[in-house]
Each structure stands twice: as C-alpha cells, then as structure tokens.
Unconditional design. Structure first.
Length: 242
C-alpha cells in the first residue's frame, strides 16, 4: 500500500471566525497562523487582520447555500471558544447549524472550559460533534470535560502529538485523531506514542484515525510530510465513529 493516502476528516471548512492566541504547547507552530498570515499577504480581504481575531457576520449563512450534504469543520482558522468570541456570536453559528440538519459539523477547541460553560444552558444540535485537542499530558484534563457533553460524537484530536500521553480514560469518547507536526521547525512524534493510543482505542472500542506523520517520519527521519504519509507499519487506520 502506498504511504501517500488522502485522508479527509471533513470535506468542507467554514470560518465565521478567524484568528486566535496561543494557550498551550500544541500552539507553538500553529498551522492556522501561518496560513492566515500568508492569505493576508496575498491580499485576501477576509484575512486582512492576519491572525488577529475577527468575526465574520457575512460568513454566517454560507452552509445554507450548499446544495448537498457535507461534513464541515467549523473555524479551522480559529478557536470558536476563544474568550473574545461572544456567546451571542456563537449563538448565531449554532442557529445556522440547526437550520442545516443535512450537514454534520465539527467543533474542535483547546478551551474546553469555555465550551462547557457555553453549553451549560444550551442544547447541543444533533448534527454537531464536539472535540478537544489533547497534545500533551498537561492537557488531558480536557478529556474529562468533553466526555460529559451531551453530543452525538465526542472526540479527541491528539495533533500535534508531543509526548506519550500515558493511560487515557476513554469512557464516553467516540473518536480519537492522531497526527504529527508539519513545517520547518517541528517537534518529532514517536511511533510508540501513537501505538499506545491506538491500542487503548482498540481496547475501549473507540474509533481511531491516524492522520499523518508530519515532517518527522515513522523511522525518525525528517522529510516532506506527503512522503512520510499516514500509515503505521504499512497499515492505514482511518476509522470514523458510527
């Protein structure tokens, strides 16, 4: 099997919010920051502020215009639960999600506490998956927050995976995504860290999706991420939650 396998977690992105600030180890080489700054230099109006946070009222209705159903990653260029995104604006995003039940949406945040606060007195739409980034041992507390959310799918994104996470409590966790870091100044991901998560996911019945090795390969060599691919010992792991 070729290592160069296309892996798609969502077939659409929707960015009613762009820009963010760093809060944890995984933020150090943020891909979204690099892309936003590049788009700003290219003169794209939506990214005129670079990676400074900006709300886009004119983007709120985008999914309503899509004719066929999609799996949508929301705010790939931001953290939707950033402290400077008002709950009133998130309400508008949720309203669009509820108006488009033909789509499935993914939220992913490093600000699990604020996500919990937001949904404390609000219903989670049936077509919204909630996830948290867990890149290091210091961020494992986010798992305990997302597992309590009454969402159809609760998931973890261990990307970039920065260390061995040790034992994970995967109760009420439906999906785990694992991936390495990409770019020129990146931190390596060790194979044994990945295999530990895969085994725990398998034992708990949690769907496991290995996204990529990134710039550091399976055999510990720095190469182009597309060459390094997304297989482990030649095997593809791309499970989705039922």
């Amino acid at each position: 099997m070729s290592k160069k396998v296309k892996n798609i977690l969502a077939d659409k992105t929707w960015n009613p919010v762009t820009g963010c600030t760093k809060i944890s180890p995984g933020c150090l080489h943020c891909y979204a920051e690099t892309i936003c700054e590049w788009l700003c230099k290219m003169g794209q109006e939506k990214y005129k502020n670079g990676f400074n946070l900006l709300l886009h009222e004119d983007s709120l209705s985008e999914p309503v215009k899509w004719k066929r159903s999609h799996h949508v990653f929301v705010c790939s260029m931001a953290d939707i639960f950033h402290e400077h995104v008002p709950f009133s604006f998130i309400d508008k995003i949720i309203r669009t999600i509820m108006l488009t039940p033909q789509h499935k949406y993914q939220f992913l945040t490093k600000r699990a506490e604020r996500m919990s606060e937001y949904f404390q007195h609000r219903k989670i739409p049936h077509n919204l998956w909630l996830g948290v980034t867990v890149e290091s041992k210091t961020t494992k507390n986010r798992i305990d927050i997302v597992r309590t959310m009454n969402a159809p799918v609760r998931y973890l994104c261990c990307e970039p995976l920065l260390e061995d996470l040790g034992e994970l409590n995967l109760d009420n966790i439906d999906w785990i995504i694992v991936g390495g870091e990409s770019g020129s100044e990146v931190r390596p991901m060790k194979k044994e860290w990945v295999l530990s998560i895969e085994k725990q996911a398998r034992d708990s019945g949690t769907a496991f999706f290995f996204k990529q090795w990134g710039t550091w390969s399976e055999d510990g060599v720095k190469r182009d991420r597309y060459v390094n691919g997304c297989t482990i010992d030649g095997k593809l792991y791309q499970q989705f939650p039922e």
